[in-house]
Design a binder for this molecule. Structure first.
Ligand SMILES: Cc1cc2nc3c(=O)[nH]c(=O)nc-3n(C[C@H](O)[C@H](O)[C@H](O)COP(=O)(O)O)c2cc1C
Length: 358
């Protein structure tokens, strides 16, 4: 089957991947209510198109944190990409650069952030997990800055890992031979400990700092001048606090349904956060983006751009770099055609009146 949409890639990836790896990618926490709702939320939005607008030329380029991008889609930080394809994050780095989108590289990558930086000349941000040991954090931030990452995306919804029952049942751990290279060099030799019995998830959970507070931001400001985004905000009160603490961007996200099961979706949380922030900082959203129309809806609700997680992982699993490029092309085409059909020829014309308030 020639994949023509994200769902096709998911079906193909399911056939191709080891069942435990597929479960690790697809699964969420608890009853996976939030995973499911991430899709339903976008699906339940209805659009009100305009007609007799000249849509013969469509322009979906925009900016994210002042950076020009070819479309309002970023690659979300997802760990352990070598599970999907041996080229892992190197393939994603090349694909994102070729397609003109920003790649947010996970702390938990299999290739080191320096190797990923060396694979392409695209724009990259570094996603930071907050370890108890601030020296590990400092090292990660300094290395990110030194290797040309242009923003830090601090994930704040993981005081501990959500309980992912598929992984528990599968006793899922990192396959032998795969490493988390960013952390080895930082002195946290995760694999040495993971291979001595505890699962990777458990070990990583032990490393994260559950006592983290807003103080982190002052600490980070003290060691870096990189722009800082917070990823994992769902509550408007937290969005206001983020603005008070001077963040450069907010990613409205429930971590793809992998953290608090029952959490509101990014799609549903977005309007209140846009309202609360009032333009004081840029707002991105993720969770369940599978179609160009989902991107259109997110923008109409006030997001500057969206991030895709599983959509790119499926394509990476099926066809490596070419797969990720193709899935970005598919989303670009879907966005382009839906903009035409909605009578919105450019990003600025995608406004709230596109959404049916029922
Ligand atoms: C397999 C997998 C690994 C992930 N790893 C990370 C990670 O290392 N850091 C992070 O901030 N988010 C991580 N996420 C969450 C994504 O960044 C993103 O929020 C989520 O995937 C968006 O939902 P979607 O998969 O429906 O697009 C991961 C998601 C998946 C599916």
């Amino acid at each position: 089957m020639e994949p023509i949409n994200v769902q096709d890639y998911q079906s193909l990836a399911k056939d191709r991947l080891d069942a435990k790896v597929y479960d690790y990618f697809v699964g969420g926490s608890g009853d996976e209510l939030t995973v499911e709702r991430n899709r339903l939320a976008w699906d339940s939005i209805q659009l009100i198109p305009r007609v007799l607008v000249d849509v013969s030329k469509r322009d979906f380029s925009t900016t994210v944190l002042g950076q020009k991008v070819d479309m309002p889609v970023l690659i979300a930080p997802c760990g352990i990409n070598a599970l999907a394809h041996p080229d892992g994050e190197l393939a994603v780095s090349r694909a994102a650069a070729a397609e003109g989108v920003i790649y947010v590289v996970s702390t938990m990558s299999n290739y080191s952030m320096e190797e990923i930086a060396g694979a392409s000349d695209g724009v990259r941000w570094f996603q930071l997990y907050c370890f108890r040991d601030r020296e590990i954090l400092r090292d990660l931030v300094e290395r990110a800055e030194a290797s040309g990452y242009t923003a830090l995306c601090v994930t704040v919804d993981v005081p501990m890992l959500g309980v992912r029952e598929r992984d528990k049942r599968n006793r899922f751990g990192m396959p032998e031979g795969l490493r988390l290279k960013n952390l080895e060099q930082a002195g946290a030799d995760i694999m040495a400990q993971a291979s001595s019995g505890s699962s990777l998830n458990q070990y990583v959970a032990d490393q994260f700092d559950p006592s983290l507070t807003w103080e982190l931001l002052e600490w980070l400001r003290g060691i870096t001048s990189l722009p800082i985004l917070l990823k994992g905000i769902l509550n408007a009160a937290d969005a206001r606090l983020a603005v008070e603490h001077g963040v450069n961007g907010i990613i409205v996200s429930n971590h793809g349904g992998r953290q608090l099961d029952g959490a509101v979706t990014g799609c549903e949380a977005l309007p209140a956060i846009v309202d609360a922030v009032g333009g004081a900082t840029e707002i991105l959203v993720d969770g369940g983006i599978r179609r160009g129309t989902d991107v259109l809806k997110a923008l109409a609700l006030g997001a500057q751009a969206v991030l895709i997680g599983k959509s790119y992982l499926w394509a990476l699993a099926v066809d490596g770099e070419a797969g990720v490029r193709n899935v970005l092309d598919i989303l670009r085409w879907e966005l382009s055609s839906s903009m035409a059909l909605a009578g919105r020829p450019n990003i600025a014309s995608i406004e709230g009146d596109l959404i049916a308030r029922i």
